[in-house]
Design a protein around this ligand. Structure first.
Ligand code: LLP
Length: 419
């Protein structure tokens, strides 16, 4: 059930009217629903009911808020992390070290060592030198690192170029053609226990076909590696499942995804690992904002809101669509461009969109902002870092403070050698 719904003409998050949050916390602010997070976590698991052995690792990059992570930890989720910072967050949120997978194309030696010291479950190695370095570090610590090799299956994920990762010319993984020999060499290194393969072809995937092609290729590789004498016990299938951003979007359901995975992998006899991000968090959050001004434009008016590209970067970065709806809709519509206060034209959330009619002082939300929203925020234009709220029924709590420009400024200094 959508927990962001109108009650008596006012948009609520679960049982909390959004104007109350705007008044008490201020705007812009991200608002998440605990019930929706839990439901998505459960639905994803249910979708995989025919997969006998599985490990679920929430992709922390999509929403690293500690409150959100704690909800998912309680749902039995581990974490997919891509930096030392994310690793510490996962642990701080109560995720067990062995449930943490370390992905990422540019892990530093210090981060590899940190992962070992923390006792994480698995390293996803992106290329041979990284594997060699991990083996050396592990050996020096008299430890063994559990690892899988990430392959690049060279499939077109059919998503935005900036979030595609599985084409041969993307920076991720190693080609399937070179993987078996590389796997042989890595598996021979003391300090490394090579136990499987990882794959992730991109994000916001709206068709299962490219995933199925990629998984099928990985299945063949697993058979080859076994024929070569390797003990393959784990395959990490990454994340990538898309969500609905606008009316009419029809991404595959979690159940359809799970059924496809179960069918393609039924003879693999491994523990399957998953790294979902957006599909868990995307629709569980909104960015609540206040309309500052409505300014006439050459064609349509500009609705200038107090959120900007620094708070929600996706439209500026990927031309992403986020539904914009009034918190207290009058029923009337208007055609407008929705923009933020930042001083560049890229700070545009929507161009010439038919939307709820709003006026200065009205509240509105950008929907589907729970994933890749707050996590990508910055303080560009010396704006504050946007706060976050988690709603649970008729209560809510600020799970991240607004960080004022003055706090950021306090971490800077003027050299005393400039007079
Ligand atoms: N695993 C790996 C190795 C990844 O690189 C990613 C996302 C995920 C899992 C999670 O993918 P998801 O299930 O969320 O699709 N900032 C962009 C999205 C970047 C995705 C990066 N990798 C956006 O706002 O659309």
């Amino acid at each position: 059930m959508d927990q962001f719904a109108l009650r008596d003409g006012v948009l609520h998050a679960e049982d909390i009217p959004l104007p109350r949050i705007a008044e008490e916390v201020g705007t812009p602010v991200y608002v998440y629903s605990r019930a929706m997070l839990e439901r998505h976590a459960q639905e994803f698991r249910d979708g995989l009911k025919d997969v006998p052995r599985k490990h679920l690792a929430f992709a922390i990059k999509s929403n690293p808020n500690l409150g959100v992570l704690r909800v998912l930890a309680r749902q039995g989720y581990g974490a997919d992390v891509v930096s030392g910072g994310e690793l510490e967050r996962a642990l701080a949120a109560g995720m067990a070290p062995e449930d943490i997978v370390f992905s990422g194309v540019g892990k530093t030696r210090a981060e590899l060592a940190q992962g070992l010291d923390r006792g994480i479950g698995q390293f996803n190695i992106e290329h041979e030198p990284e594997g060699i370095a991990l083996a050396e570090i592990a050996l020096a610590k008299e430890m063994t690192a559990r690892a899988v090799l990430r392959v690049n299956p060279d499939v077109d994920a059919g998503t935005h170029a900036k979030i595609s990762t599985g084409k041969a010319d993307n920076k991720f993984g190693v080609g399937i053609d070179v993987a078996p020999a590389m796997f042989d060499r890595l598996a021979a290194l003391p300090g490394l226990q090579m136990r499987g393969i990882a794959v992730h072809i991109g994000s916001q995937l709206t068709s299962l076909d490219p995933l199925e092609s990629a998984f099928t290729r990985v299945g063949r590789l697993v058979a080859d590696l076994r024929a070569g004498g390797h003990n393959i016990t784990h395959v990490d299938l990454g994340g990538g499942l898309g969500v609905s951003y606008k009316p009419g979007d029809n991404p595959p359901s979690m159940a359809d995804y799970g059924a496809m995975v179960a069918r393609v992998t039924k003879d693999w006899d491994v523990t399957l690992m998953f790294e979902p991000g957006r599909v868990i968090a995307g629709n569980t959050g909104v960015l609540l904002t206040e309309v500052l001004w409505v300014k006439p434009g050459a064609t349509n008016p500009f609705v200038i809101v107090d959120a900007a590209m620094n708070d929600l970067a996706r439209p500026a970065l990927y031309d992403a669509y986020h539904d914009f709806v009034a918190v207290q809709p009058s029923g009337e519509k208007m055609t407008a461009s929705i923009v933020g206060p930042v001083c560049e034209t890229g700070d545009t959330f929507a161009r010439d969109r038919v939307t709820d009619k709003v006026e200065a002082g009205d509240l509105a939300v950008f929907r589907t902002a729970g994933a890749y929203g707050a996590t990508m925020a910055s303080t560009y234009n010396s704006r504050s870092l946007v706060p976050e709220v988690l709603v649970d029924g008729d209560r809510y709590i600020k799970v991240a403070d607004r960080i004022a420009a003055s706090t950021i400024m306090a971490a800077e200094r003027v050299p005393d050698w400039i007079d």
